[in-house]
Structure formats: structure tokens, C-alpha cells
Write a protein that binds this ligand. Structure first.
Ligand SMILES: Cc1cc2nc3c(=O)[nH]c(=O)nc-3n(C[C@H](O)[C@H](O)[C@H](O)COP(=O)(O)OP(=O)(O)OC[C@H]3O[C@@H](n4cnc5c(N)ncnc54)[C@H](O)[C@@H]3O)c2cc1C
Ligand SMILES: *[C@@H]1O[C@H](CO)[C@@H](O)[C@H](O)[C@H]1NC(C)=O
Ligand SMILES: *[C@@H]1O[C@H](CO)[C@@H](O)[C@H](O)[C@H]1NC(C)=O
Ligand SMILES: *[C@@H]1O[C@H](CO)[C@@H](O)[C@H](O)[C@H]1NC(C)=O
Ligand SMILES: *[C@@H]1O[C@H](CO)[C@@H](O)[C@H](O)[C@H]1NC(C)=O
Ligand SMILES: *[C@@H]1O[C@H](CO)[C@@H](O)[C@H](O)[C@H]1NC(C)=O
Ligand SMILES: *[C@@H]1O[C@H](CO)[C@@H](O)[C@H](O)[C@H]1NC(C)=O
Ligand SMILES: *[C@@H]1O[C@H](CO)[C@@H](O)[C@H](O)[C@H]1NC(C)=O
Length: 525
């Protein structure tokens, strides 16, 4: 294989779960392209030799780590403008044994929507960027949104003419609806309205047989699985029907930093129990970076009422009316998720789709069910004194989140969870080793203080360190047993039901990636 250069061999050696049994012939990728071009307008199909291939590939890559010469790239990219193109791509792929990866917003932390961890994998990408319409039904207060829309586009479309309509989803406007809804959708109004998946009422999906199905057609098991079971396992979700939610015409935000000298550790220690039990109109999240804790709030109400709530619940923060910023919910959705600052117009922040190719990142996650002790927080701050290239974001659950049974959706981190921790390290250029090494050691240390058996994780903060499927090999299926390593951490007791749904809808494991849900086949585990 021409693709297999020195760097790829080095990569293979470090990729222990990758092994070779048969090399897919290059003929199959040529035939695949030919099949696609017979059924899909040729200007929507980009082979590797197309002069636009790289531009299209890069268009939504968010982490330059997965755009190097050694990155295992697709043999082609299809940019469907109609559901029939997606159906055709699946049928060509099935016929010629070429797998597809689906990309909506390209934010996957491990790049699984457009690259493979295995140097031998031949695959195509279906990029849904053109399927991004948002159509609002005001009388029902619902919207159909294409998977290729960003959540910023969704926010804008529903709220630009009505400041009292909102939707619960994530805090970074460029995230794609398709991947985000597939994994859950954690965000600033989840304590009041839940995750994105809690408000999905219908969907359209192309399954592994190339059939286009809505909720009634796919049945309740599959409809359950696609709302939180992680992207890339059950088919290609083209669009989602969501129930919109009501918010007041103005909301209030603040962000208050506390250094160690200003009592960061005491306040943070107390916050762990206070944050998850605050009124559900109020979300108070915390970022720890360097030697500072930054407390950031979104309140679905007025400043005066926020000041009095904070005075009762967490007086140590000394929050006053001078900290309040009032704005529409839409304006709040355009604020930076790391410090709640605003730059540029709401349109710039919510509608820009520019790729971001300068900052390299690695992420991980944990859930906390029992407050971490003050002494442990002291140690945690000493980890941040060692290296300044990382941060943790703590997002409280509670409120609406506690009212949803753990088995109601595949997202199991509900009642009893105090907060989710997101770890992020970032760097520029080649110097990633110190940051990722620091993160790995810090994560080991944190294992003593977070949920155990299993140590929980959030599928949308995807982390291949916790395990992956064996490499794609002709005729091989990944197993339920091996998938437990990450499946039970992402989905806990919902993992088995997900694997059963997978066996029913995709028994030959066509939709597979490094962490897709394996089929639980009858008689084999
Ligand atoms: C900067 C940043 C901020 C983030 N902030 C938040 C946050 O606030 N809250 C939160 O919950 N998460 C957050 N995330 C995580 C984010 O929710 C996930 O990365 C999500 O999967 C991204 O969706 P996407 O469509 O952009 O990604 P993609 O990379 O396109 O897809 C992710 C996965 O889903 C699959 N997939 C994509 N589209 C479809 C589809 N239509 N049908 C089936 N499978 C599909 C892909 O194959 C891939 O496996 C953040 C990520 C980043 C990079
Ligand atoms: C392909 O690239 C050419 C020039 O680089 C550009 O003019 C054209 O619009 C591109 N087409 C698509 C579909 O991106
Ligand atoms: C990547 O490949 C291009 C062209 O083959 C080459 O010019 C470039 O130096 C390579 N970059 C690295 C970092 O190896
Ligand atoms: C909006 O929903 C109502 C009630 O279900 C329905 O009657 C109407 O046709 C819908 N409007 C559009 C434009 O789809
Ligand atoms: C909705 O908002 C758009 C853009 O802000 C504006 O052009 C349009 O007139 C508004 N429509 C209504 C009905 O308010
Ligand atoms: C903050 O509040 C505490 C009591 O809640 C008080 O002791 C302290 O002086 C206040 N600090 C500032 C800077 O106002
Ligand atoms: C912190 O970073 C430096 C380089 O930036 C590295 O040499 C050092 O090993 C790192 N410390 C830890 C504890 O990882
Ligand atoms: C499938 O993968 C397993 C390892 O997970 C390996 O032991 C087995 O030989 C493979 N089977 C086939 C048919 O390739």
C-alpha cells in the first residue's frame, strides 16, 4: 500500500490493538468511487485525487493533531445534499465492503468522524455539512434540524426572532448537531431543561441497509439508542425533531475568579454540594486553571434575585449586583465557554464555521458522586502549579438531570451525580508530549477521588485511552466483552441494551469505529 510510509509504520507499532490479517485491495476503493459517482452528482464526491479533497477534509477539523501526513485519511468524501445520496453511499459501501464514517461538525475529540487509528483501514466519509436546514414550527414550539447544522446555527434560527425560545445543548457554537445529539448534549441550561437528547421527539436515519426511517419506522429501541448511545454505531442520523423550551426575555450571567489567597479551595469544596442543589434556573460551573477557580453562572432570571440566591447559598463568593450582566439567552449562548467573555457580534460567534487548526488538544472526563475533600483539592491545585497548559471544567448536574431515570436514555450519569469533570490540555505545534503526559498522570491521581466501578466517562468527551475495538478486519466483528472497557464507563448498565440494539439493526457491524458499540450476538459474548 502506497499510503504506508515510515511514519505510518511507527504509528502502527504504537497502536497495539491494530493488527493486519488482510489488506483491502485498492481496487475496492476505485470501484467504490465509481459506484458513488453513478448514484450521486459527481460534484458531491471528492476522491483523494480531487483538487478540492484537502479543502473539504479540513473544512471542519478542529484539532490539527488529526491532520498530519501520518493521519489515516478517507479514500473519498461525499457531501450529500439529499437523503438519497446518503442511502446510495451506504448501499455502495455495503456492496463493496468499504466502511463509512459520518461527520457532522467534526468536533470528535479523537477525530473518529474523519480519520482511522488503523493505517490499513480503507473508508469513506459522509460529511453532512450541506444537510443543515433548521425549520421551526412556532405553533408546536418544535424544530427539525439537520445533523450538519452547528448548535450555534440552531440557537440562532430558533431565537433570533423570539428571545424567549431556547434549546438545551452545548457551550461551543461550532459543535455539530449530529455528533452532539448522538452522545447527549451537556450545556448551560441542562439543570432546568435536561440534555439535548431529553428534548428530541423524532429523527430521520439511514440504517445499515440503506433504508430511510423516521421514529415510527425505526422503532423505540433504535430511537432510544441514537439519543445518547454515541455517534457512528447505529446508522446515519440525517435530522432531528426537537422540542424547544421557554426562557425569560433576559437572563443574567456572571464570572468571578478566586485565587488560592482569596479562598478558592474552601469555596470550591463547598460548591461541590451547593452547585448541584441550587434552584434549577441557575447553573454555576467552575473552571480550574493555574492557581485560580473561575465561577461562571447563567441564571434564567433577574440580577436582584440572583444576588439574593447567591447570598443565601454561597456567600463566600461575595457576588454582588456589580457582577451581573443582563442579556438575551441567545447572547449568552454566544459567550466563550471558558470565561464567558464576548468577542465580536452574536452572528460572528454563532454562525462562523471556520476550521480551527492552530490549537492541539487532548480531553478526558470523570464524574463525581461524592464531594472531593479539601485536602485533595489542595493537591489538585498543586498539579496545576506544575504545568499551566491544562484546565478542568466542572459542570454541576442535579435539577432536571436528577429527574430522568438512568435507563430512560443511554446517558446514565443522572441521579446522584454531583458534577462532570472535563479535562483539557492544549498546545501548539509539535510539543504535545509534556501536556499529554501531565494529563495522563493527573488523571491517574484523580482516579482516587472520582466515581469508581466503573469510573464513569462521557462519550462526547471521547477518549481512546480507555479502550478501543480491534482493528477492522474482513469478517471480524468487535465483541461485546472487549467493548465493556469503555462501554460500561460511557453507558454503565445501558451498555448491554445498546449492544443488543446494535445486534438487531447492524449485526455485521458495518457502522464501526474505534469505539462504536459492538453487536451482542446471540450465543456469543
Ligand atoms: C471545543 C469543543 C467544545 C465542546 N463543548 C461541549 C459541550 O459544551 N457539551 C457537550 O456535551 N459536548 C461538548 N463537546 C463535545 C461534543 O459534543 C462532541 O465532540 C460531539 O460528538 C461533536 O459532534 P460533531 O458533530 O461536531 O462531531 P463529529 O466529529 O462530526 O462526530 C462525532 C461522532 O459522531 C459520529 N456522527 C457524527 N454525525 C453523525 C450522524 N449524523 N449520525 C450518526 N453518527 C454521527 C461521528 O462519526 C463521530 O463518531 C465539545 C467539543 C469540542 C471540540
Ligand atoms: C474546488 O476548488 C476550486 C478552486 O480551488 C473552487 O473554485 C471550487 O469552488 C471548489 N469546488 C468545491 C465544490 O468546493
Ligand atoms: C508532509 O508531506 C509533504 C508532501 O509530501 C511534505 O512536503 C512535508 O514536508 C511533510 N510534512 C511532514 C511534517 O512530514
Ligand atoms: C406545525 O404543527 C402543527 C401542529 O402539529 C401542524 O398542524 C402544522 O402543520 C405544522 N406547521 C408546519 C409548517 O409544519
Ligand atoms: C427575524 O429576524 C430577522 C433577522 O434578524 C429579520 O430580518 C426579520 O425581519 C425578523 N422577522 C420577524 C418576523 O421578526
Ligand atoms: C466575602 O464574604 C465573606 C463572608 O461571606 C467576608 O468575610 C469577606 O470579607 C468578604 N470578602 C470580600 C472581599 O468582600
Ligand atoms: C511540565 O512541563 C514541562 C515542559 O513544559 C515538562 O518538562 C515537565 O515534565 C512537565 N511536568 C510534569 C509534572 O508533567
Ligand atoms: C477477530 O479478532 C480477534 C481479536 O479481537 C481475533 O482473535 C480473531 O482471530 C479475529 N477473527 C477473524 C475472523 O478475523
Amino acid at each position: 500500500m502506497a499510503m504506508l510510509k515510515g511514519s505510518a509504520i511507527a504509528f502502527l507499532v504504537s497502536c497495539v490493538s491494530c493488527y493486519l490479517i488482510s489488506v483491502p485491495s485498492l481496487a475496492s476503493s476505485d470501484e467504490f468511487l465509481q459506484c458513488l459517482r453513478e448514484k450521486i452528482p459527481s460534484e458531491l464526491v471528492y476522491g483523494q485525487s480531487s483538487s478540492n479533497f484537502t479543502d473539504v477534509l479540513v473544512s471542519s477539523i478542529k484539532n490539527p493533531k488529526f491532520f498530519t501526513n501520518a493521519t489515516v485519511k478517507p479514500v473519498c468524501i461525499v457531501t450529500p445534499s439529499d437523503a438519497s445520496h446518503v442511502q446510495a453511499a451506504v448501499l455502495c459501501g455495503r456492496k463493496l465492503n468499504v466502511r463509512l464514517r459520518v461527520r457532522s461538525g467534526g468536533h470528535d475529540y479523537e477525530g473518529l468522524s474523519y480519520r482511522s487509528a488503523c493505517p490499513y483501514e480503507v473508508f469513506g466519509v459522509v460529511d453532512l455539512a450541506k444537510l443543515r436546514a433548521v425549520s421551526v414550527n412556532q405553533s408546536e414550539s418544535t424544530a427539525w434540524v439537520g445533523s450538519g447544522a452547528t448548535i450555534g446555527e440552531l440557537y440562532y434560527a430558533i431565537a433570533k426572532n423570539n428571545s424567549q425560545v431556547a434549546f438545551p445543548a452545548g457551550e461551543c457554537p461550532t459543535i455539530g448537531v449530529g455528533g452532539h445529539f448522538s452522545g447527549g448534549g451537556v450545556g448551560m441550561i441542562m439543570r432546568k431543561h435536561g440534555l439535548s437528547i431529553d428534548k428530541v421527539v423524532d429523527a430521520k436515519l439511514v440504517n445499515a441497509n440503506g433504508e430511510l426511517l423516521d421514529r415510527a419506522g425505526m422503532g423505540e429501541d433504535l430511537f432510544w439508542a441514537i439519543r445518547g448511545g454515541g455517534g457512528g454505531s447505529f446508522g446515519v442520523v440525517l435530522s432531528w425533531k426537537v422540542q424547544l423550551v421557554q426562557v425569560p426575555p433576559t437572563v443574567t450571567v456572571f464570572s468571578i475568579g478566586k485565587t488560592l489567597e482569596q479562598g478558592a479551595i474552601d469555596i470550591l469544596t463547598k460548591w461541590q454540594d451547593v452547585g448541584p442543589s441550587l434552584p434549577s434556573d441557575l447553573n454555576l460551573k467552575v473552571k480550574v486553571q493555574g492557581q485560580e477557580a473561575l465561577f461562571m453562572a447563567l441564571y434564567l432570571g433577574t440580577c436582584s434575585s440572583l444576588v439574593s440566591t447567591m447570598g443565601e447559598q454561597l456567600p463566600e463568593l461575595n457576588m454582588t449586583s456589580a457582577d451581573c450582566r443582563s442579556m438575551t439567552w441567545l447572547e449568552s449562548a454566544a459567550l466563550s465557554f471558558t470565561d464567558m467573555s464576548s468577542t465580536g457580534t452574536v452572528e460572528d460567534a454563532l454562525l462562523s464555521r471556520a476550521p480551527s487548526m492552530s490549537i492541539f488538544t487532548k480531553g478526558k472526563s470523570d464524574y463525581v458522586r461524592r464531594a472531593i475533600s479539601k485536602d485533595a483539592w489542595k493537591s489538585i491545585f498543586s498539579w496545576f502549579a506544575m504545568n499551566g497548559s491544562g484546565l478542568i471544567m466542572l459542570e454541576p448536574h442535579g435539577g432536571f438531570m436528577d429527574t430522568v431515570p438512568a435507563a430512560a436514555t443511554p446517558y446514565p450519569h443522572r441521579c446522584g451525580v454531583l458534577y462532570v469533570i472535563q479535562y483539557i490540555v492544549f498546545w501548539q505545534g509539535d510539543g504535545g508530549a509534556p501536556a499529554t503526559t501531565w494529563l495522563a498522570k493527573f488523571y491517574d491521581f484523580m482516579g482516587h477521588h472520582v466515581s469508581k466501578k466503573p469510573r464513569q466517562a462521557y462519550v462526547n468527551f471521547r477518549d481512546l485511552d480507555i479502550g478501543q475495538n480491534p482493528a477492522v478486519v474482513d469478517g471480524n466483528v468487535s465483541t461485546f466483552e472487549s467493548g465493556k472497557a469503555w462501554g460500561e464507563r460511557y453507558f454503565m448498565s445501558n451498555y448491554q441494551r445498546l449492544a443488543s440494539v446494535k445486534a438487531a439493526v447492524d449485526p455485521t457491524d458495518y457502522f464501526r469505529n474505534e469505539q462504536s458499540v459492538p453487536p451482542l450476538l446471540h450465543g456469543s459474548k
